[in-house]
Every structure is written in C-alpha cells, then in structure tokens.
Design a protein around this ligand. Structure first.
Ligand code: ADP
Length: 224
C-alpha cells in the first residue's frame, strides 16, 4: 500500500500566554490516505481548528511530526513551508478570506501569480476554475457584489486553482444558509469523487456523515 498522504505522529500543541499554559492538542497520531474525505468533528474548543492549522502548515506544532506526501515538514525552513503550501495545499476559511478590493478572477488568480505564472496564464486558469465551479458569469464581480455562498465558492476556486494535493476547509458552511451550505458540501463530494483529498472541519453531523472517515476530537484528543 502506498504511504498515507498525511501522517501525524505524536503531535502536541501548547499555547503559553504569560504564566498561563493551555494544552490544546495532546499526543495526536493519525493517518489520512490519498483520496480520502475526512470530517474532523467535535465540540467547540475541542481543538479542531488548531489541528487543521498544524496539518496545513499554517502553524507549527509544539512537538511531534507532520509528514505530508512523504515530506517531514517540521524540517522545512519558513520559506520552504510557504512554498510547500503554495504548491501542494489549498485552504478554505469559514469567513472566505478573499480580498475585497479584487475581483473574483483576480482573487482566484493570486496563488498562480505568486507561483510566478504570467498574468495571461494565471487568469486563463482562474477563469476555467471559476467556470467549473459555476461562477463563469461572475469573473469581474467584486466580493461585495456576490452572495455569501458565491464568495465562499470564489474562495474554494482560489484553494483549488493550483490543483493542490490536499484541500483543507475549516467550517466552510458555517456562515451560509442551508441551501448554499449544501451546494458547497455537494461540491466537495464531487471533487472527492474525482480523487481530491479533503479534510473538512465541521460541527454539522449531517455533513460529517457524508465523509468517508470521521475523526472525532474531544479536549485535544482523538476519541473513537
Ligand atoms: P475548535 O476548532 O474545536 O472549536 P480550537 O482549535 O479553535 O477549537 O481551540 C481549541 C482550544 O485552544 C480553545 O480552548 C482555544 O481557546 C485554545 N486556543 C486556540 N488558539 C489559541 C491561542 N493562540 N492561544 C491560546 N489558546 C488558544
């Protein structure tokens, strides 16, 4: 069997604020296979977002290993981590985190421009990705001219445009009405059926049930 695309070994994360020490993740070990669709669930404060941050290299663990696609990411320099994310990972935030001054097309082209693609090539690919996601007629809209669901789809297009090995999403439906939320979830299911590896944080059990694997966190630990 090929190696898991994500291997987390004995990961801990502790925050220190003055003399206050918060142990948020306690000895997490898990594997995620390529092509999996994992739902990370648990109560508010269980450590889901913190774990997603460590897996997606947005943050560094206090101890333990994060191995992605065979790369021991703990050993990367800051620049190498940034590049690793830029080429291999996509991330969708609960609040979309798209840039209000840029059009949908410009927002989605950004990761490709950061990779050094020409404007022409970046805009062509961004346009195709937005088209694939049903926003082909919204390319020149600013985020303020889009609904919440459309803004989230722009952020998903931005996370996918460079064809990442793994798509991470942190409560992507939390700010959406149920219809837009279902649209986003169906989009993830379709992407996964075409082979996209997805790690989704959600507190909505009905979405979690549709994933291939559910990992439940409680008080910083995995519970079965
Ligand atoms: P979840 O996503 O499951 O709601 P989080 O990962 O956001 O949980 O947070 C887990 C715990 O870690 C919470 O108690 C939170 O207050 C704490 N926490 C998260 N980030 C920090 C930080 N930067 N400093 C101190 N505590 C933090």
């Amino acid at each position: 069997m090929s190696q898991p695309i994500i291997q987390i070994k004995n990961l801990t994360k502790t925050f220190v604020n003055g003399d206050r020490i918060t142990s948020v993740l306690k000895d997490i070990t898990l594997n995620i296979e390529e092509g999996d669709f994992v739902a990370l669930v648990g109560r508010s404060g269980a450590g889901k977002s913190t774990l997603l941050y460590q897996m997606s290299l947005l943050d560094m663990p206090t101890s333990g290993e994060v191995i992605i696609d065979g790369v021991l990411t703990n050993e990367l320099s800051n620049d190498e981590r940034t590049d690793f994310r830029l080429y291999n990972l996509g991330y969708v935030f609960q609040d979309y985190a798209i840039i209000p001054e840029l059009t949908a097309l410009e927002n989605v082209a950004l990761p490709l421009l950061m990779q050094g693609l020409s404007r022409e090539a970046a805009f062509a690919r961004a346009s195709k990705t937005l088209g694939d996601i049903g926003l082909g007629d919204r390319l020149d809209n600013l985020p303020s001219g889009l609904s919440g669901g459309q803004q989230q789809r722009v952020s998903i297009a931005r996370a996918l445009v460079h064809e990442p090995k793994i798509l991470f999403a942190d409560e992507p439906t939390a700010n959406l009405d149920s219809e837009s939320g279902e649209l986003v979830m169906n989009l993830f299911l379709e992407l996964n059926s075409r082979g996209q590896t997805i790690v989704l944080v959600t507190h909505e059990e009905e979405y979690a049930r549709q994933a291939k694997q559910v990992i439940r966190l409680s008080d910083g630990e995995i519970v079965k």
